[in-house]
Write a protein that binds this ligand. Structure first.
Ligand SMILES: [Zn+2]
Length: 186
């Protein structure tokens, strides 16, 4: 009888990762989506102070769209790009909105590459609850940086304080890269 093979650690698993990844707050998020909603849409707001933007993890806003750090990220620096208008699907967007969103997604990829040196990205949208959208009524694109072997570095951290600090630190490190974005519409 052949004995069961021992799991081997591959070189990519033991390589030191420059960025630590935490995901346990996904479970809080999944639980929160079942709770009755008493707050408004996270992507809809009027004027906000710089402090309020930081509290809400909003890195950039303009007339057509916004960039926000995901409070319940899959990986560190998981960004979302959304239109300012509360619409559920991309075919409801105007041409200018689509153009600005496209530029912002490219900007996110470029700046995350420079800031965090990911080796890959997941970029896309979940349209509708059945497709996994957490906020289904207000569509948004996810820009998720990935690192080789990142799923092997998931660490359990249950402290809410640690979580909020890591998000704020991430926000502060990225904020200067989203201050002035030059988008010219043709
Ligand atoms: Zn909305």
């Amino acid at each position: 009888m052949v004995p069961p093979r021992k799991p081997r650690t591959t070189p990519s698993e033991i390589k030191a990762s420059p960025v630590r990844l935490w995901a346990p707050w996904r479970s809080a998020y999944v639980a929160s989506t079942r709770a009755p909603k008493d707050s408004g849409c996270i992507f809809c707001f009027d004027r906000l102070t710089a402090r309020q933007k930081r509290q809400r993890l909003i890195l950039h806003t303009n007339q057509h769209a916004l960039v926000m750090l995901n409070r319940y990220p899959y990986t560190s620096a998981h960004l979302m790009v959304a239109p300012r208008r509360h619409v559920a699907s991309p075919e409801l967007l105007e041409r200018d909105e689509r153009a600005v969103i496209d530029e912002l997604i490219i900007h996110c990829i470029k700046e995350l590459r420079a800031a965090m040196r990911p080796s890959g990205f997941n970029v896309g949208a979940n349209l509708g609850r059945s497709a996994g959208a957490g906020v289904a009524d207000h569509m948004h694109w996810h820009v998720v940086p990935r690192w080789d072997g990142d799923s092997n570095y998931m660490t359990t951290i249950s402290s809410v304080r640690v979580l909020s600090q890591s998000l704020e630190q991430c926000f502060d490190s990225l904020a200067p890269r989203f201050k002035a974005i030059d988008i010219t519409l043709s």
